[in-house]
Design a protein around this ligand. Structure first.
Ligand code: ACO
Length: 399
């Protein structure tokens, strides 16, 4: 007979750490983050250097394959991604099934998942060639379907990837090119977007990345895992914060720009309102990405000649929070989402596409983490719990 008590002793003690505030879930060689000192590095390279000196596909290659690509490898990577940018025509009927008012993140999660129907073969992660192809396919198709979510919401015809242009320029074309007019994205815009994508490309075991690893740990495929990551990113406490920040700034502007009143609301424990774009689970001194983005936002607005009152409100809020005892004592500083929305707005990206922008940037990080998790042969993720429900009850149907 089974000795339950002995079995229970053998299963050991369960640590309870809601929100995994102090629990590591894996070892990783991809991203180094020091929240106390505000340091972020991809594969050992500082985020400041990468944002200034590298481009998004270079950084994607670095994150996924571990080393910066040579010029030849980078060119080949672009060519190989391009090969996979055609999306099955039947995907269009799936998009047509959504109402135009559907949130683009919901559509993106569904379309990413639908890609499994057209790419059913699971990747053999021990085969470098197969893995490389899966990476290129994901990078190519995801960009295209991400922009299709916007075209759908506008009722515009869907665009195709232009092989004569780079990855980030293609993003702008796929989004904004209309059949009736010539279109050329401004180099300033392309540069700013490239930088934003780099800053979002990975952030170790955040909510969406942990989701991608967790789903993948059951050996679900890359598209299925990434679709789950998109859903996790959507929430306003994670990637959805960039949309929430801009909506909050617009509301403050509409109500006369009284930032003090919103500061007071954020500090009132009876009021669920939080200052969106402030605070971070890991960064407790500053978010290095926010500093780079703040500078980029100023540059973009200046170069494009945009005089945005929303930026003035953002700066007023930031200054007030930096002086405020409540925010200081809780280490609440602007995070990456605080300024990204201001740039997106200046670039003409609609508010409900902001989190999709984040997803495009985060894609190489999700792929790199999924690949590492499978290559490390990590076990299936399966946390325990401490049961606090009813003890054994007699079964009697309620009268
Ligand atoms: N405004 C007002 N108070 C806040 C804020 C905020 N933005 N963020 C945290 N606090 C307060 C909490 O009320 C809490 O106060 P208490 O100690 O008096 O109870 C304290 O600061 C600690 O907050 P927690 O929620 O415990 O911190 P946690 O690490 O769990 O949450 C989070 C981090 C989710 C980012 C939080 O700061 C937040 O909700 N921020 C606003 C949303 C946001 O900007 N999210 C984007 C995150 S970055 C990213 O995903 C890319």
């Amino acid at each position: 007979a089974i000795d339950i008590k002995k079995l229970r002793d053998l299963t050991g003690i369960i640590t309870l750490d809601p929100g995994y505030k102090n629990s590591g879930s894996c070892t990783s060689k991809i991203t180094f983050l020091d929240g106390e000192l505000g340091i972020l590095r991809y594969r050992g390279y500082s985020i400041e250097d990468l944002a200034e000196k590298a481009d998004f596909l270079e950084v994607s290659f670095l994150l996924i394959f571990g080393e910066l690509p040579t010029a030849e490898q980078l060119e080949q990577f672009e060519v190989d991604i391009r090969k996979y940018t055609l999306v099955n025509e039947e995907m269009k009927s799936i998009i047509d099934g959504f109402p135009r008012t559907a949130h683009p993140m919901g559509v993106l999660a569904a379309l990413t998942s639908a890609l499994t129907a057209f790419n059913p073969k699971s990747v053999n992660v021990d085969n470098d060639k197969e893995m490389y192809q899966a990476v290129c396919k994901t990078m190519g198709k995801f960009l295209v379907i991400a922009t299709w979510t916007y075209r759908k919401s506008m009722g515009y015809p869907l665009n195709y990837y232009d092989n004569t242009k780079g990855y980030v320029e293609n993003f702008m074309n796929l989004m904004f090119k209309l059949p009736t007019e010539p279109y050329k994205a401004s180099p300033i815009v392309i540069d700013a977007l490239d930088k934003l994508f780099i800053l979002h490309a990975d952030h170790e075991q955040n909510c969406s990345t942990s989701t991608v690893r967790m789903v993948g740990s059951s050996h679900a495929g890359l598209f299925a895992s990434i679709s789950a990551g998109v859903s996790a990113l959507w929430g306003p406490l994670h990637g959805g914060a960039n949309q929430a920040v801009l909506e909050m700034l617009e509301e403050i502007h509409k109500n006369g720009g009284d930032t003090d009143a919103y500061m007071a609301k954020a500090k009132d424990k009876e009021d669920p309102f939080r200052l969106m774009g402030f605070g971070h689970r890991v960064y407790k001194s500053f978010d290095p990405r926010a500093q780079i983005i703040k500078k980029a936002a100023n540059e973009v607005l200046e170069t494009l000649g945009v005089d945005d009152p929303i930026l003035a409100i953002a700066k007023k809020l930031e200054a007030a929070a930096l002086e405020d005892e409540y925010f200081k004592s809780r280490n609440l500083y602007p995070n990456v989402d605080f300024y990204s929305g201001i740039i997106y707005r200046a670039l003409g990206i609609p508010t409900d596409m902001f989190t999709v922008m984040f997803a495009i940037g985060r894609l190489p990080g999700w792929i790199a983490q999924w690949k590492e998790m499978r290559e490390n042969k990590e076990p299936i993720g399966r946390p325990r719990q401490i049961y606090t429900g009813a003890a054994l009850r007699d079964f009697n149907k309620p009268e």
